[in-house]
Design a protein around this ligand. Sequence first.
Ligand SMILES: [Zn+2]
Length: 117
Amino acid sequence: MKNKAYKYNHSFACFTCRKAFKREVDICKIKDTLICPNCGGVSYNLGRHFKAPKRMDTQQWKKVKFLFDNGFRFQKIRIINGSHVIGTVPYPKTLLEAKGFVAKYKNRFFVHLTNEK
Ligand SMILES: [Zn+2]
């Protein structure tokens, strides 16, 4: 078992059937998409911090898709004060909040990203 430390569970989600599942990925060859095991469509890598909404919660899934379409993959956005990280920006709870969130953080996204991929 080599490179065990470089493997992480990433969440993948299919927006077609609203199915989410975890897969262990090798950090050196992370896949952006996998075949959805439920419908055979495309499921997308949403990273390590994604928590899937309930399947029937279409509003939450719309929010997730909206964030995804705008380049967010649920990475932590650090709040930095000088050279100190003082916290992380909480992800929006609703689609409405998500619109403000994207407008506010989209251009600063990579500035606040950590090195995790
Ligand atoms: Zn699916």
